[in-house]
Write a protein that binds this ligand. Structure first.
Ligand SMILES: NC(=O)c1ccc[n+]([C@@H]2O[C@H](COP(=O)([O-])OP(=O)(O)OC[C@H]3O[C@@H](n4cnc5c(N)ncnc54)[C@H](O)[C@@H]3O)[C@@H](O)[C@H]2O)c1
Length: 251
């Protein structure tokens, strides 16, 4: 399937993990992809693999917490490919800390990247889509942690609940402009973000009991859901939170 032929996508957090898988998926389906991240080495590798597979991609360095940086990202994307049809807001961080020990610095950093970053990228890109009457699609990275609480992740949970609320309100306001906005809510996916927990066999055994499908997710499985929400296949869906968690939230 090449659902993104002649379309341009910006993917933030595309140097690693779920963002990298999303960039590869969209490029594999024909999109010209802007690989937007702070990690130049990781991004260069992703661009290289996309090009080797015959796809179109370019790296644009960005810190999603900076409005000037995000505006420069849009300018670079337009210089490279002329328009933006899809924005996938994937960049994010997580710190495992008990609520009583969270520092102001970690609280602020988590909210800045995971929530303010989504706001800034979405506003800057949606203004471009609106100005050019592009039937745009924005897919935000929330989490199952945006729908239920989890110990030691209060700042992360707050940021992801924020993304869910932002997604719903953006969906309402941007619908008249023909821009759809949805989010994905993955459970535990195997990336470097979750690697520290995944190397502990006792922790893994305990956590798997919470997942009916009895395994962790792959970045490519989230990328497939992002691609669905970014494609015309989901044409009548906006303001939705798509859970990808092996059934974890059914408990
Ligand atoms: N791995 C999981 O289990 C899981 C589950 C639910 C949601 N998520 C979310 O998925 C997203 C991707 O996570 P991942 O597991 O692939 O992690 P990852 O660490 O592999 O990738 C995160 C990427 O975001 C980039 N990034 C961080 N801060 C940035 C900034 N300020 N500006 C630009 N780029 C920045 C990093 O450089 C990195 O490339 C995050 O938003 C995370 O919260 C992950």
């Amino acid at each position: 399937m090449r659902r993104f032929e002649d379309q341009v996508a910006i993917v933030t957090g595309a140097a690693n993990g779920i963002g990298a898988a999303t960039a590869r998926r969209l490029a594999g389906e024909g999109a010209a992809v802007v690989v937007a991240d702070m990690d130049a080495a990781g991004a260069a590798h992703v661009v290289e693999t996309i090009r080797e597979a015959g796809g179109l991609a370019t790296f644009v360095p960005v810190d999603v917490t900076s409005r000037a940086g995000v505006e420069a990202l849009l300018t670079a994307a337009l210089a490279a490919y002329g328009r933006v049809d899809v924005l996938a807001n994937i960049a994010g961080v997580a710190y495992d800390e008990p609520f009583l020990e969270i520092t102001d610095e970690k609280w602020k950093r988590t909210l800045d990247i995971n929530l303010t970053g989504v706001f800034l990228c979405s506003q800057v890109v949606a203004r471009h889509m609106a100005a050019h009457k592009i039937a745009g699609r924005i897919v935000n990275m929330a989490s199952t942690n945006g729908l239920v609480g989890e110990a030691d992740l209060a700042h992360y949970n707050a940021s992801k609940f924020g993304v869910v609320g932002l997604t719903m309100t953006m969906a309402i306001e941007l619908a008249p402009l023909n821009i759809r906005v949805n989010s994905v809510c993955p459970g535990l996916i195997k990336t470097r973000l979750t690697q520290p927990a995944l190397v502990d066999p006792r922790w893994v055994e305990g956590y798997l009991k919470k997942i009916p499908l009895n395994r962790f997710g792959e970045p490519e499985e989230v990328a497939a859901a992002v691609a669905y929400l970014a494609s015309q296949d989901s044409g009548f869906i906006t303001g939705h939170q798509l859970v990808i968690d092996g059934g974890q939230l059914t408990f």
